[in-house]
Design a binder for this molecule. Structure first.
Ligand SMILES: Cc1ncc(C[n+]2csc(CCOP(=O)(O)OP(=O)(O)O)c2C)c(N)n1
Length: 386
């Protein structure tokens, strides 16, 4: 019997956890919805990245003495490690906290890895070992858990007694499905979906222009649109993992290809995750940085970002991008991108779009390692697709 997320949140509060921060994850989608519900007994904050969530938790403990909780996908452990080991650890400031970790690429009870996307393969294998290495006591729960309360009690007792972080790791389907999120309704009046916006960009981007696309559905949509348009994928680099780093990857490429435009199709949640990228990217000739702003982490269930309603164009202006635009229609976007990809300028385009994706959205059929080889060949001029 899977865990009812509303009940789980109530149990957290009953056991003294009143503050929960984190970055949304598909395994924990129902938990995210339960935390955001009206009348939830815990204070909930979406964080820009998992390290920041640990930071908030540390602050909450300092102010109240309570044990806070932090939720994340296992790929977020990398972002969280620094504040965990250099402040929260028992050897440093001894901050008790409960990590709630969604296990993509999980190893099942028989020891086999479940089928998941390539970017989760290594992270899935090493997740428990990473926690062991960090001396973070953890337990794993799945859909077969009878009652999660004793597990929570055990872990919280350990966190309090030892004054250190502990973790509860969730297998896929550990939570029963949650309700629909209000974020969808809020953005529904906007003209474009993310896919409409990407399609408009593709109409404007000349063949042979490098496109770097952020983690999640944007990359999947770009891949599907190339197929639909009968175009090759050779000049596309899909940042299937490393959420928040697409713009720096694009920056690195642009730096070595002077006179050629590099288009980065970024997400608002991803851009917020490592917002420090903005002032650096603002100084990169040839970089066309498009942020597809739907106010949500749609790819993992539509939970809102840490700052829904944030207007990136203002930030981009302050960061020093040469040209900054806000667009709401596909026509305007196509015209601006067509103008921007001349290869010398630097440009930031905020696209206000709505949550929503097609029901039959597929996944890239080319493995990341193969796609990378094709991409590098294309950059060396060895692709027929110019
Ligand atoms: C470090 C890390 N944390 C969390 C995730 C899970 N994750 C994958 S896509 C995504 C949402 C991305 O949101 P956004 O950039 O706004 O794009 P959208 O899904 O709305 O298109 C998240 C949280 C991840 N892949 N890596």
């Amino acid at each position: 019997m899977a865990i009812a997320a509303d009940r789980f949140v109530d149990q957290l509060a009953e056991l003294g956890v009143h503050c929960v921060a984190g970055v949304p994850d598909s395994v924990l989608q129902a938990l995210g919805i339960a935390l955001a519900r009206d009348g939830s007994p815990v204070r909930h904050r979406v964080a820009c990245n998992e390290g920041a969530a640990v930071g908030m938790a540390i602050g909450h403990h300092l102010a109240t003495g309570e044990v806070p909780a932090v939720y994340m996908q296992n790929s977020g452990l990398g972002n969280a490690v620094n504040p965990l080991v250099s402040i929260a650890a028992a050897d440093v400031c001894a901050i008790p906290m409960l990590l709630l970790v969604g296990w993509r690429g999980e190893i099942d009870v028989a020891g086999s890895q479940v089928v998941d996307e390539p970017q989760h393969a290594l992270q899935g294998k090493v997740t428990r070992g990473q926690l062991d290495l960090l001396a973070i006591r953890h337990e794993v729960v799945g859909a077969d858990v009878d009652d999660v309360r004793p597990v929570l009690q055990r872990l919280l007792r350990h966190a309090i007694d030892r004054r250190e972080p502990v973790a509860l790791v969730f297998r896929r389907n550990a939570f029963s499905a949650g309700a629909e999120l209000p974020a969808r309704a809020r953005a529904a009046s906007r003209a474009m979906t993310r896919e409409h916006a990407i399609e408009a960009c593709l109409r404007a981007i000349p063949r042979g222009t490098v496109t770097v696309t952020t983690t999640g559905m944007a990359a999947r949509e770009l891949f599907a649109l190339r197929d639909k348009r009968g175009e090759s994928h050779d000049f596309d680099f899909l940042v299937v993992g490393a959420m928040g780093h697409a713009s720096h990857i694009a920056l690195g490429i642009a730096g070595s290809r002077q006179g050629c435009a590099v288009v980065c199709l970024d997400g608002d949640g991803a851009a917020l995750m490592h917002l420090g990228a903005l002032p650096t990217c603002a100084r990169a000739p040839g970089l066309v940085h498009v942020v597809l702003n739907n106010d949500a982490h749609e790819s993992v269930g539509g939970q809102h970002t840490c700052v829904p309603g944030l207007r990136f164009a203002k930030l981009a202006r302050a960061c020093g991008y040469a040209k900054v635009f806000t667009v709401r229609s596909a026509q305007a976007l196509e015209a601006i991108v067509a103008d921007a990809v001349d290869g010398t300028g630097n440009c930031f385009i905020e696209v206000i779009c709505r949550v929503g994706h097609r029901a039959d959205l597929g996944r890239p059929t080319v493995r990341p390692g193969v796609a990378k080889e094709q991409f590098m060949r294309a950059l060396r001029g060895e692709s027929g697709d110019h």
